[in-house]
Ligand binder design. Structure first.
Ligand SMILES: Nc1nc2c(c(=O)[nH]1)N(C=O)[C@@H](CNc1ccc(C(=O)N[C@@H](CCC(=O)O)C(=O)O)cc1)CN2
Ligand SMILES: Nc1ncnc2c1ncn2[C@@H]1O[C@H](COP(=O)(O)OP(=O)(O)OP(=O)(O)O)[C@@H](O)[C@H]1O
Length: 240
């Protein structure tokens, strides 16, 4: 992965390399002089990666998908944070994302409160709220065709009152960077966490094993993952 377009968090990395190669000062200046250019490079890189990583998960068979969703559930319910949590947000799988459905069913059965995201239809089209969800509840497709609660009978749950959020990942790296579907919905809904330590909810990215990459480009607004759980393992990202 091209490390030169990573943005502010990679400044230390850039600094260390400046001593080694005469070309780097140009890139260095580029970053400070043209931050917009860097953001644009990240966007280009992210959309290329997104295409590639979506193709990877679309290559899984139906049987592999079912096994992965169950393995994921078994890993999640062994986590101490899962047992402590009462309010858990997840999503309805689309585009061959790993499915949190087995986990949602189990969590519901043992009395946890589950929530699904609902994107706004009106005022600010980029907002996302979380509504209570009971397994097998009838859902309505949103503008991307993803099932979501109607939201007619209940108020949304405040994002900072959730204990755990299971985030859909298109890609991830070991440092806890995530690549979503590109709408920035999760980044915006949880922007209040940025820069704050120990601010709930705990962000757990969930993905198929094959969605891991060495390093993802990072942007200022990205919310770091506290934990990544795949069908094969649990990854605790190093502190950045
Ligand atoms: N299952 C699930 N539910 C979710 C999300 C998600 O990522 N997964 N979201 C998390 O944000 C929100 C919806 N976000 C989305 C954002 C963009 C696209 C979208 O544009 N899809 C295009 C291709 C995008 C691309 O290739 O860059 C498509 O389906 O063709 C879909 C959903 C809320 N619910
Ligand atoms: N806190 C924020 N405030 C305003 N805009 C934001 C914020 N976070 C992200 N965005 C915007 O959202 C767009 C998409 O961001 P990005 O590519 O990181 O999405 P993503 O993380 O893949 O998507 P998602 O969170 O929906 O899964 C960016 O162009 C960015 O400008």
């Amino acid at each position: 992965m091209n490390r030169w377009v990573q943005g502010p968090r990679s400044r230390r990395y850039l600094g260390a390399s400046l001593n080694r190669c005469f070309i780097q000062p140009c890139v260095h200046h580029h970053y400070f002089l043209f931050p917009r250019y860097t953001a644009w490079m990240n966007t280009t890189l992210k959309s290329r990666l997104r295409r590639e990583l979506r193709a990877r998960r679309q290559g899984l068979s139906k049987a592999q998908q079912t096994i992965a969703a169950n393995q994921l559930m078994l890993r999640l319910i062994r986590l101490p944070v899962f047992h402590r949590a009462q309010h858990i947000a997840a999503y309805i799988a689309s585009d061959d994302e790993i499915s949190p459905a087995p986990l949602l069913r189990y969590a519901g059965l043992i009395g946890k409160h589950c929530y699904l995201p609902k994107i706004s239809q009106t005022a600010n089209r980029n907002d996302m709220d979380f509504y209570r969800y009971h397994f097998k509840q009838t859902l309505q497709p949103n503008r991307y065709g993803i099932g979501e609660p109607s939201g007619l009978r209940r108020q949304p749950q405040a994002a900072n009152k959730l204990d755990i959020v299971l985030l859909p990942l298109t890609g991830f790296d070991k440092e806890g960077r995530r690549l979503g579907m590109g709408g920035g919905f999760y980044d915006r809904a949880f922007a209040f966490k940025n820069g704050k330590k120990n601010q709930q909810p705990i962000m757990i990215g969930i993905a198929h094993h094959c969605q891991e990459v060495d390093s993802l480009p990072g942007d200022d607004w990205d919310i770091p993952l506290d934990l990544i759980v795949t069908d094969r393992r649990v990854i605790k990202p190093r502190k950045r």
